[in-house]
Ligand binder design. Structure first.
Ligand code: DGL
Length: 287
């Protein structure tokens, strides 16, 4: 803890600098913004670095060994530059594969984002649950393990969408996606079996909640959409604690870092600004 000697001789907690941690929130692109918003609400005092590995987007198509190597390289650079106290891997496609490697290599806590299959199994009444994810996440042993451990009593429909994350990026960059394109990605999520039909859809890619109002509107029937972002923010608070009383306010030291910046349109800059990221930089790292 630093004490400001110029502030006076009396001990005055309000005059002490905020012990705000630096939190790194990482994704392949803009999906991690859905997690960032929740973590920002929980720790508005923190210094945030939001990092998007857009040079390698989408992660969902990368072979597993390539993805592990890529995330390790990018995290090495980001952790070296920003020295965070904690990192959130706001990406299911990466978390379901890379967390053990990251934890072995770096001495800081990592909070991952993995498909919310357990809560879905708890809330479904019909027993028909869909996990909507990237093709990478759907193929992971980790995901299959979650299904076996927590949802053996349900029929779990794993849907790997090749396009939805890109559609979410396009919307934020100011290129609207037509309803038909979203409907096509949604269609396999909705299953009817006799009297029963899907009643819970796990949003197992952080990009998808960016489209949630449209997904709700286009769904053939109402379902519970499960977004794990609030649970991730709670985990961050468990690990770092709450803001110190008197230091709850943010100091606007939030920055977005892109590894290519190829989609940094004025529309995206404005979306970032509205979400609490007033500054964006490029740390050029071609795949
Ligand atoms: N946002 C990422 C996830 O949660 C993945 C998108 C991608 O890069 O394919 O899985």
């Amino acid at each position: 803890m630093r004490i400001d000697l110029l502030a006076g001789t009396a001990y005055n907690p309000a005059a002490m600098p905020s012990p705000a941690p630096t939190i790194l929130v990482f994704d392949s692109g803009l999906g991690g913004l859905t997690v960032f918003s929740e973590v920002l609400k929980a720790r508005p005092d923190a210094r945030f670095v939001y990092a998007a590995d857009d040079a390698a987007f989408p992660y969902g198509r990368l072979p597993e060994d390539v993805l592990v190597a890529r995330v390790m390289t990018v995290m090495e650079r980001l952790i070296g530059l920003h020295d965070p106290q904690l990192a959130v891997i706001a990406c299911n496609t990466a978390s379901t594969l890379v967390l053990p490697h990251l934890r072995r290599r770096f001495p800081i806590p990592f909070v991952g984002t993995v498909p919310a299959i357990k809560p879905a199994a708890e809330i479904t009444r019909s027993g028909l649950v869909t996990v909507l994810a990237t093709p990478g996440t759907v193929a992971r042993d980790y995901t299959r393990g979650l299904v076996e451990t927590y949802a053996s009593g349900c029929r779990v429909n794993l849907v790997g969408s090749t396009r939805l994350a890109g559609h979410a990026e396009a919307e934020l960059e100011g290129r609207p996606v037509p309803d038909e394109a979203l409907r096509a990605e949604l269609a396999p999520c909705f299953v009817e079996e006799g009297e029963r039909r899907t009643d819970a859809v796990v949003l197992a890619c952080t990009h998808y909640p960016l489209l949630l109002p449209r997904l709700r509107a286009l769904a053939p029937w109402p379902v519970t959409w499960i977004d794990p972002a609030p649970a991730i923010a709670r985990r961050v608070v468990q690990l770092l604690g709450r803001p110190v009383p008197g230091h709850e306010e943010g100091d606007d030291e939030a920055i977005a870092v892109f590894t290519s910046g190829k989609g940094l349109t004025p529309a995206l800059r404005s979306a970032l600004w509205q979400r609490g990221l007033p500054a964006a930089t490029v740390e050029d790292m071609p795949l």
